[in-house]
Design a protein around this ligand. Structure first.
Ligand code: ADP
Ligand code: MG
Length: 389
């Protein structure tokens, strides 16, 4: 296989520790590690009380930290030039901006949740591509939270991990100013290696799902077309869904049927609702196909999901459509766009023997179309966040 493997947790941890020393002159006593994710199916269903099915990436963020004797906080990143510096009390919405709003936001939200966050020096190093729809944001947030647990000597038991998920959601929503449904933080914390996580946003529950991948790999291709969830596309989709639920008299579209959707009078709102209802129905079917290695069935489900996002939800782009069509034509069993949309990545299930061929076909198709070369990674499902000594 020609694609480079991601750094192991130990390698990434060493890079973060070295960065802490180089940038802030401090020696780490603890490192938090947390993965990015790719959603296999279930898009824009989270805030509609529906189902999602992400896997954690081997690509992750490591946050190296050390407690200080005073109340100062310094935050730096290998992926950002600027260092944030202030006091623990300065950590608040509106007072930490840019990339540091993700790391500083978590420190603030953990404090709000009752954790005794001390003065500290912290440096992150991430291998999740930023803004590719693979949740570098949850990866940095959860790595920082686990570093803090390490500094405080708090065991990441079930209750603590739930508190971390909530704090990271709160940080992203209220400090970074990017609305998030919570899928990303949940998978980053609760992932188990080799499996996917089925999350139910009505039951507020999640369960591990076995994958019969064996001779298959999960290939992710980033179109490298920039997307900004704060641009408004996400917000207007969400409003349409809320309007549909209101018109149908249901709490969320999870409680609506396809029959209900035909009663919606606004054509656009009806299409948005149809995507959510059909997409949620596809998730358990995909779980069955993935568990029983029924790749042709999975191919149909991914194709229907992609078409629904393209035509009903209108969140695809020509680059995503090209990538999906090319992947399927060159040997993938299944392919669809993944993430919030308006750019970002596709996810494909590919026979191990065909990965090189599919990657080459995608590179050629993008070159022929005069597009920037896409970036590929293999998403062998990894485990969730940990504290490294
Ligand atoms: P995604 O989560 O799909 O990668 P987002 O827009 O939600 O995209 O989050 C990306 C943002 O998260 C970046 O622009 C940056 O502010 C922040 N971020 C993520 N990882 C890092 C990192 N390693 N260093 C600094 N900032 C990061
Ligand atoms: Mg994100």
């Amino acid at each position: 296989m020609s694609l480079p493997s991601p750094a192991t947790p130990a390698e990434l941890s060493a890079r973060a520790e070295r960065g802490l020393l180089d940038r802030l002159g401090a020696t780490a006593t603890v490192v938090g590690w947390a993965p990015g994710r790719v959603n296999l199916i279930g898009e824009h269903t989270d805030y509609n009380g529906g189902l999602v099915l992400p896997v954690a990436l081997p690509h992750a963020t490591a946050a190296a930290a050390v407690r200080r004797d005073d109340d100062r906080v310094r935050l730096s990143s290998a992926q950002a030039g600027d260092t944030w510096s202030g006091t623990v009390d300065d950590l608040a919405p509106g007072r930490v901006t840019g990339w540091a709003s993700y790391a500083g936001g978590v420190l603030w939200a953990l404090r709000e949740a009752g954790f005794d966050v001390p003065g500290l020096d912290l440096h992150v190093h991430g291998t999740v591509p930023l803004g590719a729809g693979l949740s570098s944001s949850a990866s940095i947030e959860c790595s920082v939270a686990f570093a803090v647990l390490g500094l405080l000597g708090v065991e990441p038991d079930l209750a603590t991990r739930r508190a971390v998920v909530d704090a990271c959601i709160k940080a992203e929503t209220e400090v970074a100013g990017a609305p998030t449904g919570g899928m990303d933080q949940t998978i980053s914390v609760f992932a188990e290696a080799g499996t996917a996580l089925l999350i139910d946003f009505t039951a507020h529950a999640h369960q591990t799902v076995q994958l019969a991948l064996d001779d298959r790999r999960v290939l992710v291709t980033d179109t490298r077309v920039s997307h900004e969830l704060t641009d408004g596309g996400y917000g207007t989709r969400r409003q349409d869904c809320e309007e549909a639920a209101r018109a149908l008299g249901v709490a969320t579209l999870r409680d609506a049927t396809l029959d209900d959707v035909t009663r919606l009078t606004d054509e656009r709102v009806a299409r948005r609702a149809r995507h959510v209802v059909t997409e949620t129905a596809r998730v358990p079917l995909a779980v069955e196909a993935l568990a029983s290695a029924d790749w042709s069935r999975l191919g149909e489900l991914f194709a229907a999901s992609h078409a629904s996002m393209r035509d009903d939800f209108e969140i695809s782009t020509p680059e995503l459509d090209l990538a999906v069509a090319t992947a399927v034509a060159s040997g993938a069993d299944a392919a669809r766009m993944t993430g919030g949309g308006f750019g970002g990545s596709i996810v494909a299930i590919v026979p191990s023997t065909q990965v090189d061929r599919v990657v080459a076909a995608l590179d050629d198709a993008f070159a022929d179309a005069g597009l920037k070369a896409p970036a590929h990674l293999l998403a062998d499902p990894s485990g969730g966040a940990v504290i490294l000594p």
